[in-house]
Design a protein around this ligand. Structure first.
Ligand code: B4P
Length: 191
């Protein structure tokens, strides 16, 4: 099973990914986590990523796609099935993902779309900002991230509805009740 978990910043992608990994034994690929590791390590990619993330912008598609392709090729555990968290975020990234999987004889099973109201997103991210130390969890950058999400990432919803992979999940309420809705949607699909 190869799944994309999709939603706005603060929609619970990382939170629900942790539970999905445990239940389905998937390998977790979070592009946000990978980039934050690069920043911490002070690598060349990390320096570039820092500039984009602290402004609430997306990194260029080519950098993200190269990073993903290298990871898939050097991590045999990805063969057990992957949860892609925070990727794709643009239509070119979605097209690249289809090609990356196809070239390796794999296929995307489903896209879990976490749908959460905007005031709740802002509230969650501000709360996380009190403890995360993340350069992008402040009101000004959160608003920019939401703008970027609406302009660059929401078109993906139509893309995945059109190819029949999109599973809409009401992403408000307790973490456990949302997880139950996700597993019901996944267990009920032919994936
Ligand atoms: P990400 O790390 O993906 O950041 P995110 O969208 O905030 O999601 P995250 O998984 O961390 O948060 P979650 O919703 O789980 O990306 C950061 C930046 O990296 C991007 O802005 C971009 O610059 C760059 N980047 C990453 N991927 C890229 C790509 N593919 N292309 C280009 N650039 C890329 O959780 C948020 C908070 O809500 C948590 O505190 C959690 O505890 C809380 N929460 C979760 N569920 C809840 C619930 N049900 N009720 C209450 N609170 C809840």
């Amino acid at each position: 099973m190869n799944i994309v978990i999709f939603g706005a910043p603060g929609s619970g992608k990382g939170t629900q990914s942790e539970k999905l990994i445990e239940k389905y034994g998937l390998y977790h690929i979070s592009t946000g986590d990978l980039l934050r590791k690069e920043i911490k390590a002070g690598s060349e990619l990390g320096k570039i990523a820092d500039g984009y993330i602290s402004k609430g912008q997306l990194l260029p598609d080519s950098l993200i796609i190269d990073m993903l392709a290298k990871l898939l090729d050097t991590t045999p555990e990805t063969r057990q099935g992957v949860i892609f968290d925070g990727f794709p975020r643009t239509i070119p990234q979605a097209e690249a993902l289809e090609a990356l999987l196809r070239d390796r004889g794999l296929e995307l099973s489903a896209v879990v779309g976490l749908e959460v109201d905007e005031p709740e997103l802002i509230d969650r991210l501000l709360k996380r900002g009190q403890v995360s130390g993340r350069s992008d969890d402040n009101l000004e950058t959160i608003k920019k991230r939401l703008d970027v999400y609406h302009s660059q990432t929401t078109p993906l919803k139509e893309f995945y509805i059109a190819n029949g992979k999109y599973k809409a999940i009401h992403g408000m309420g307790s973490v456990d009740s949302i997880f139950e809705s996700i597993t019901r949607a996944l267990d009920g699909c032919a994936c």
